[in-house]
Write a protein that binds this ligand. Sequence first.
Ligand SMILES: Nc1nc2c(ncn2[C@@H]2O[C@H](COP(=O)(O)OP(=O)(O)OP(=O)(O)O)[C@@H](O)[C@H]2O)c(=O)[nH]1
Ligand SMILES: [Mg+2]
Length: 235
Amino acid sequence: MERGSFSGFTIIIPTLNEANNIGRLIAALTGRYKGVHIIVSDDGSRDGTREEVLEASGANSNILLFDHSKFKEHGLTASVVDAARLVKTEYVIVMDGDLQHPPEVVGKIAAGLRKSDLCIGVRTQVKNWGLHRIILSKGISYIVYLVFRIRGKATCSDMMSGFFGIRAEILERLARRNRKGFVLDGYKVLLDILRMLDKNARIFEVGYPTFHPRNEGRSKLRIKHMIEVLVSAFR
Ligand SMILES: Nc1nc2c(ncn2[C@@H]2O[C@H](COP(=O)(O)OP(=O)(O)OP(=O)(O)O)[C@@H](O)[C@H]2O)c(=O)[nH]1
Ligand SMILES: [Mg+2]
């Protein structure tokens, strides 16, 4: 258990078939961060993910299953953007539901967020990825980084990160006024935020050394998503 209360934080977790991971992730987060709120934004899992979340929410009213499958637009980004409207706390943290983002790093992101507007978990070392994925991912990240720099947009050292914290008011404002600025069926919600973020926003980074391979379940990432990321850099 970390010191202090986390009642000012809501963790948004987008899920699609993470039954083998989500229960453990929720237990790790609630065990460590007293008072934290969790919204699992699910796009129609059929593997028992929802049942896992419902069981946890029955025992802890800070945990909410948000049934995003009823919405018109599906996708990781849309799930986060739509869940942002439900947040009642000052800060939001977004993380994956497959245990690739270490729960113990959440506390560091929370601490960084208390003194910034956007606090990004950046991978300082990538382990257990195939060479093909490393080259593709690093190459695309670098191109996107350069395009953002040239366009005078906000950048960070891991543009492809899906693990970050943001002041709820900023995310909620973007979600409400600028929904079309997000690639709703995309994977890279942070990239959309960096593209739209105010120039004066304070950005903080938290490095974490390992990026575990996906624990269980299947990856939904495809080459087509990578190409879409490249295109989205020019939006
Ligand atoms: N709500 C929602 N969540 C999704 C969707 N696609 C993926 N997710 C979730 O978003 C998170 C990231 O997806 P992953 O498939 O792990 O993507 P990734 O981490 O880039 O790829 P891997 O390294 O192969 O795991 C996981 O929690 C998924 O369950 C979707 O369409 N809707
Ligand atoms: Mg993953």
